[in-house]
Design a protein around this ligand. Structure first.
Ligand SMILES: *Cc1c(COP(=O)(O)O)cnc(C)c1O
Length: 354
């Protein structure tokens, strides 16, 4: 006898990671920062290795208190998770699984939609308007959860927090979840972030250490929201999901403001440079508030092959719900050199765009 998964599980495709590039510098498919993590992280993790015979603190108390200080909220409004991916899973589990519903953008961050489907929640999609979230249209849909990635992935656009604030009173979703994985990179993070609205009860904000802090491999994210939400998620989460080294790494990274500022400055300048490079090669790009740029390319497959031949991997738009595009992460200096050569050829001419 063969065991078969639940029908909504069988309907899903396994996650397809970005294609590996021949070198680290050319890996521009997964939005990891072009700069490595702060050096203080390695020192802190090295010391913490001596205590790995102990279970981690289930509530990540030290990190949680630092985050509470950063956002000027009580620690009971914060929950640390195994990447924001775990928190998305827990939110859907608690509030939309088994017959509930979520509303997402079209296109959306894939995980928002696949998590909902994998737990038997219905999904409604609301198209972007001019490549940005149509927050009014999304919140007008009756649903248990409204999942907004701000800045948006893969478009890279951002909506101001006041647009979300304006939509809240009439919102028909039980909760609005604002996934702010890239918010540190926005031109004005304070205007963009909805974290100040998380006190009011209808909104939850997700943040991550995977992007601006350069700790994607450590798997740490957190939620800021009403204490009741934190309590509900604690009912269902695996208590030790955030390992001891990850907690120490995130706490150390948080203390190195200089490194964060350097990464953010690099990304802000880099995304402009990335946009200009592709425009020079004959492509249109969407202005970005994140650490990647969406490049519109009718010859999606051809562009991907050409870049790969030059040692650069990017994410195909067709895998992200935007066929006819590629998503390119802001590289480090070496990655820019590879990209420039792959796109423009040795003579500085666009090699493939007619
Ligand atoms: C990269 C990304 C995340 C980060 O997920 P982690 O699990 O924290 O690594 C979350 N949301 C969006 C929209 C992302 O692009």
């Amino acid at each position: 006898m063969r065991i078969t998964p639940r029908p909504w599980v069988a309907a899903l495709e396994p996650y397809v990671p970005g294609r590996p590039a021949p070198s680290d510098a050319g890996s521009l498919a997964s939005n990891e920062p072009g700069l490595v993590a702060s050096a203080v992280v390695a020192t802190a993790v090295g010391e913490a290795l001596r205590r790995v015979h102990r279970y981690p603190d289930p509530l990540a108390t030290v990190l949680r208190e630092r985050l509470a200080g950063l956002h000027d909220v009580e620690p009971d409004r914060i929950l640390v998770g195994n990447g924001s991916d775990e928190l998305i899973l827990l939110l859907v589990m608690a509030y939309a699984a088994a017959g509930g519903s979520v509303v997402v953008a079209d296109p959306s961050y894939r995980l928002h939609e696949t998590t909902a489907r994998s737990l038997g929640a219905g999904v409604r999609r609301v198209p972007l308007a001019g490549w940005a979230h149509d927050v009014a249209a999304m919140t007008a849909v009756p649903a248990d959860l409204c999942l907004v990635a701000n800045p948006h992935n893969p478009a890279g656009t951002a909506v101001p927090a006041r647009a979300i604030e304006a939509a809240l009173p009439a919102a028909r979703a039980g909760f609005v979840v604002v996934d702010e994985a890239y918010v540190e990179f926005a031109d004005d993070p304070a205007e963009t972030s909805a974290v100040r609205l998380a006190a009011e009860g209808r909104l939850v904000v997700l943040r991550t250490f995977s992007k601006a802090y350069g700790l994607a491999g450590m798997r740490v994210g957190y939620l800021v929201g009403p204490p009741e939400v934190v309590t509900d998620l604690r009912r269902i989460r695996a208590p030790f999901s955030v390992n001891a080294l990850a907690q120490v790494a995130a706490t150390a990274a948080l203390a190195d403001r200089v490194h964060l500022d350097r990464t953010v400055a690099w990304v802000r300048a880099g995304r402009r440079r990335l946009g200009e490079l592709f425009e020079r090669a004959g492509y249109r790009t969407i202005p970005s508030q994140a650490n990647f740029v969406l490049v519109l390319a009718e010859d999606e497959a051809g562009l991907i092959e050409r870049l790969l031949a030059g040692g650069v991997s990017v994410r195909p738009g067709s895998a992200l719900g935007v066929p006819g595009a590629v998503r390119v992460t802001v590289p480090g200096e070496e990655g820019f050199a590879l990209l420039e050569r792959a796109l423009m050829g040795p003579g500085g001419r666009a090699a493939g765009a007619e």
